[in-house]
Design a protein around this ligand. Structure first.
Ligand code: OGA
Ligand code: NI
Length: 351
């Protein structure tokens, strides 16, 4: 089938194939995963963090709410976030335009090499996976803007300008959230930002094309994000699912809010008080879906370890050994998508 085979053995974008009637066998998920797609309910409650409350006199209550959201759910939506509706819409629009361009305008960015700064790819780790994900994506770093913008797509013509503005606003939002999250753990306000070193920020545009067999495939399998915090804009097509207490839930439409989820690095820094969220994306047979996550990450050389104060709070037992983010990523990218890179860095694993 067209989708998979090219002379170099790498996969081609699925979003370019217009008439796919059945999925290639490489996309077929396990029986167990197929079963799990049938047992999903809509999330009854999405914790909401109002950034204006965090900025005002009600900060202590808002911090308490944030603590509960992070501890009990691993995610929240953020409203009054300071990113204008217009900018959010423009970002989504230019993302759509990028993927709608003919292949010759974008395939020069195609790569399966995660060391590249800016790349367009498909699935998750297409050359290492047994089962492929029904997704194409564009990823690039965003901070500092001037170091990276040259590597971003030059088409559509407004891509760099809109994305630059969007990334700047998302960074402001994230820094506020990181301060509040530090505070919610009783840490110094700047603890997390400092722990991340020269913080990196990268952005991704995920495209999930209509899939002829949504019962047999996943847009993105169950995983936790390897970074610290993820801030996601979704379009109006549902598809994100989260796991809570062993069950899968559909995340309802967010209507102008951002979806924020905890990643593995925050689980480590919080010494397990906050847990990274297990989530996945499903496909559907009629509508293309776009999501735009921003990943906030440590610098590659930052040494990540549980905050000493939180270790003390846990009877002086650190749950994780210190590691550099580079070591973590090497491990993360050495396999297909999964939920347990952190296990490798648990204290007992090192003994
Ligand atoms: C991701 C991710 C979910 C979505 O890109 O890491 O989990 O809804 N995306 O696209
Ligand atoms: Ni994710």
């Amino acid at each position: 089938m067209e989708t998979l085979d090219s002379p170099s053995g790498v996969q081609k974008l699925i979003s370019s194939d217009k008439n796919i009637l059945t999925v290639h066998p490489k996309y077929l998920i396990s029986d167990e995963e197929q079963q799990s797609l049938k047992q999903v309910t809509i999330l009854p409650y999405v914790p909401t963090i109002d950034l204006q409350e965090l900025d005002g006199a009600s900060r202590p209550q808002a911090i308490e709410k944030l603590n509960r959201a992070c501890k009990e759910h691993g995610f929240f939506e953020v409203v009054n976030h300071g990113v204008s509706e217009h900018l959010m819409e423009s970002m989504l629009e230019v993302a759509k335009e990028f993927f709608q361009m003919p292949e010759e305008d974008k395939m020069h960015l195609y790569s399966n090499d995660f060391r590249k700064r800016t790349f367009l790819s498909t699935s998750f780790n297409a050359t290492k996976e047994d089962v492929l994900h029904w997704r194409d994506y564009l990823r690039h770093p965003c901070h500092p803007l001037e170091d990276h913008m040259e590597s971003w797509p030059s088409k559509p013509p407004s891509y760099r300008e809109i994305t630059g503005k969007y990334a700047t606003k998302i960074r402001e939002l994230t820094l506020k959230l990181l301060e509040a999250i530090s505070e919610s753990l009783s840490l110094e306000k700047d603890h997390i930002a400092k722990a991340l070193g020269d913080q990196n920020q990268s952005m991704q545009i995920n495209v999930y094309p209509p899939c002829p067999q949504p019962d047999l495939t996943l847009g993105l399998g169950a995983h936790t994000d390897p970074n610290c915090l993820t801030i996601v804009q979704h379009d109006e097509v549902p598809g994100l699912q989260i796991m809570k207490d062993g069950s899968w839930f559909d995340v309802p439409s967010l209507d102008g809010a951002f979806f924020v989820n905890i990643g593995d690095q925050l689980q480590v820094i919080s010494n397990g008080e906050y847990r990274s969220l297990v989530h996945r994306a499903i496909t559907n047979s009629t509508k293309r879906r776009i999501s735009i996550p921003t990943f906030y990450t440590p610098s590659f050389d930052a040494e990540i370890k549980p905050a000493p104060l939180l270790v003390a709070r846990n009877d002086h037992v650190p749950l994780y050994v210190p590691f550099t983010y580079r070591q973590f990523l090497d491990h993360f990218y050495s396999r297909s998508l999964h939920t347990n890179t952190l296990q490798h860095f648990e204290v007992h694993a090192a003994n």
